[in-house]
Design a protein around this ligand. Structure first.
Ligand SMILES: NC(=O)c1ccc[n+]([C@@H]2O[C@H](COP(=O)([O-])OP(=O)(O)OC[C@H]3O[C@@H](n4cnc5c(N)ncnc54)[C@H](O)[C@@H]3O)[C@@H](O)[C@H]2O)c1
Ligand SMILES: O=C(O)C(=O)C[C@@H](O)[C@H](O)[C@H](O)COP(=O)(O)O
Ligand SMILES: [Zn+2]
Length: 357
């Protein structure tokens, strides 16, 4: 039997992230729950049904709720339809929500739970790499709107997080690579050992059957757990987890949410490094390391030149902006994140020209 790792997340409402194989028991994390709404998208139907069966065996009544896959599920109308289902089933504050899937489904499930009766318990069962290392941990929940990515949401910590490594066996190579973008983000902002493990052999690093991926997952979760333990509501330190995301979210919006989040983050990391290099804050070697690691994972390192005006306009509604002042997370050195306040449009554009295709 494979061992389960427990990573503690602190704060006012502490919980554990469980990392292991064949973990399918959210009711254990939800004592007293009588009903569980199990939200899932079609690719994870089998896993959701298995989980529902396990809940039934534990004396808990499951309500299976299928939602559209990926970003199509992070929509107010989908959330509203979930609330209708909870209402029809008479969900009370004793009951709970479980999201089984990638980051999109767990973001939606957390948001549905955050708003129902002003907040019921929830557990994300992360099935994608990105979900395990990032989306399921930390209590940020939300949906997209016409105005932008994740602009509506709530901070609502889960009762616990389940990362079932067995799920990764069926994840596509493109989604594995997307998850690696958030893993290396953690390497650049806080844990350079992550970068060394990836650089040693990128193909081995992303192999779910190999010896390295689990260590990378646990390292990335520890970085996130440590940051959010001290700053759930992103009043300061948590902003470092947004490294690469100012441009990434703009690319996602310009692409109509058809790009993978992790792919957009990959471009955003290279952009943020270039910005810091041109501003004189980051050395050329560390900036170049971004491009090399991102490229070695088969992730994109640039974006369309002609998209710049749209990207700049979208970045102005980034959550880190204050009034008309844009703010970027940039590195002043490896594992030394800082905030770049009010960069000029000339600097922003010059950095973009370096990554434009
Ligand atoms: N809340 C947060 O802190 C946070 C952090 C990072 C990202 N996010 C959000 O997470 C989302 C991205 O998550 P993602 O990369 O997991 O994308 P995703 O949820 O869209 O999943 C990608 C695809 O993989 C499929 N999938 C998931 N698990 C699978 C498995 N085990 N086998 C086969 N297919 C599987 C999904 O059904 C989907 O088609 C974005 O919406 C992003 O904004 C949130
Ligand atoms: O948890 C955080 O904080 C992050 O910034 C992690 C990001 O990887 C994630 O994509 C998050 O959803 C972005 O948050 P947002 O507040 O910019 O929407
Ligand atoms: Zn992200």
């Amino acid at each position: 039997m494979d061992k389960t790792t427990r990573i503690a997340v602190g704060g006012d409402r502490p919980y554990d992230v469980l990392v292991g194989r064949d973990l399918l028991d959210p009711p254990q994390l939800l004592p007293g729950a009588q009903r569980l709404a199990v939200l899932y998208a079609p690719p994870m139907r089998g896993r959701a049904e298995q989980l529902a069966e396990r809940a039934r065996m534990a004396g808990v009544t499951p309500l299976l709720v299928e939602v559209p896959d990926a970003e199509a599920g992070k929509h107010i109308e989908v959330a509203a339809s979930c609330w209708e289902r909870l209402g029809a089933a008479g969900f009370t504050r004793a009951d709970a929500v479980v999201g089984v899937g990638g980051g999109a489904v767990t973001d939606l499930a957390g948001f549905v739970a955050a708003c129902w009766l002003r907040g019921v318990r929830w557990v994300p069962v992360a099935t994608s790499l990105l979900g395990m290392v990032d989306a399921a941990v930390g209590g940020k929940t939300g949906i997209n709107t016409a105005a932008g990515k994740n602009l509506v949401g709530a901070f609502h910590p889960p009762a616990g997080v389940i990362c079932d490594l067995a799920a990764l066996d069926s994840l596509s190579p493109a989604d594995l690579a997307a998850g690696m973008a958030e893993v290396i983000k953690c390497g650049f902002i806080a844990d350079p050992v992550i970068l060394e493990l990836v650089e040693r052999d990128p193909a081995v690093a992303v192999d779910p059957a190999g010896p390295v991926l689990r260590e990378l997952i646990e390292r990335a979760i520890r970085v996130k757990a440590q940051v959010v333990s001290g700053d759930l509501r992103e009043s300061g330190a948590r902003e470092i987890l947004n490294y690469g995301h100012t441009l990434a979210h703009a690319i996602e919006k310009v692409e109509g949410y058809r790009w993978r989040h992790g792919h957009a983050v990959a471009v955003g990391l290279v952009y943020a490094a270039t910005l810091a290099l041109l501003e004189g804050r980051l050395d050329a070697q560390t900036a170049q390391r971004h491009r090399a690691v991102v490229g070695a994972l088969g992730l994109p390192t640039g974006y369309r030149a002609e998209a710049w005006p749209d990207l700049l306009a979208t970045m102005r509604v980034d959550k880190k902006a204050r009034g008309s002042v844009l703010r970027f997370v940039v590195l002043a050195g490896l594992a030394h994140p800082t905030i770049l306040e009010a960069p000029s449009d000339e600097l922003l554009h010059a950095a973009y020209r370096e990554i434009a295709e």
